[in-house]
Design a protein around this ligand. Structure first.
Ligand SMILES: C[S@@+](CC[C@H](N)C(=O)[O-])C[C@H]1O[C@@H](n2cnc3c(N)ncnc32)[C@H](O)[C@@H]1O
Length: 223
């Protein structure tokens, strides 16, 4: 399947706090989440669609409102806000960027969801502190980690180990990627995870071929 990578190459340089510091300053000044809506930057055109897609799937699957849900690499925390608005009560967000954590907490507080926990954690070096989650959600973070030119293979392996540690057995992992195709994700998560389903994403045609700009996959953690 064809994949456009143009916009996604920018992910390589992400993960630094600089962008979040700017967002935090803007947000503090305006209290306008749109001014710092990270998904619009990382997932041009598809940021909100990506969140809606995941939320619709959770509703359809009747994920209980008290399910323990982890947002890996929460960024500005907007997905946590949307989850809380949808009635989910057991939410945790993590990010290794202190500025992101501050921004997400500020956004959640403004939306009256200060009960949502946001922690400064490097997912790649968490030693068992994240565990017992029914659902782990990743939108763009595995992309950022797997596109980092330093230690790419090691980063992917650490990610998978941390994910297995964080999820309960049979827990669900929802990944939205704008870099990897379904086939590539299936290959990368073929140890210890079962493919559950692919969520439909917009198609485009170019040169007689069909492709997707975003891939959204659900996996289940095996024993
Ligand atoms: C592409 S952004 C996506 C942010 C958010 N999920 C969204 O959709 O808007 C990737 C996020 O992952 C965070 N991140 C990258 N590597 C991480 C790591 N090892 N541990 C925790 N967070 C990480 C970055 O700080 C950034 O907030």
């Amino acid at each position: 399947m064809m994949r456009t990578r143009g916009n996604c190459r920018r992910l390589k340089t992400l993960g630094t706090s600089v962008r979040y510091v700017n967002h935090l300053l803007q947000y503090t000044a305006t209290k306008d989440t749109l001014c710092c809506t990270v998904p619009h930057i990382y997932f041009p055109r598809f940021g909100e669609e990506s969140m809606d897609r995941v939320l619709r799937w959770m509703e359809k699957e009747e994920i209980p409102e008290d399910a323990a849900i982890l947002d890996i690499g929460t960024g500005n925390g907007v997905l946590l806000v949307e989850l809380a608005k949808s009635g989910y009560t057991n939410l945790t967000g993590i990010d290794y960027s202190a500025a992101s954590v501050k921004l997400a907490r500020s956004v959640l507080q403004t939306e009256d969801f200060s009960n949502v926990e946001v922690k400064e954690v490097d997912f790649l070096s968490c030693s068992g502190e994240l565990r017992g989650f029914d659902v782990c959600i990743d939108k763009g973070t595995f992309d950022a980690i797997s596109l980092n030119p330093e230690n790419t293979e090691e980063g992917k392996a650490c990610y998978i180990q941390s994910l297995r540690g964080a999820l309960k057995e049979e827990g669900l992992f929802v990944i939205t990627s704008c870099n990897w195709t379904k086939e590539q994700l299936l290959q990368m998560f073929n140890q210890g995870f079962d493919f559950v389903k692919e969520l439909p994403t917009p198609h485009f045609q170019f040169g007689g071929k069909t492709g997707n700009s975003v891939t959204a996959i659900i996996f289940k953690r095996l024993h």
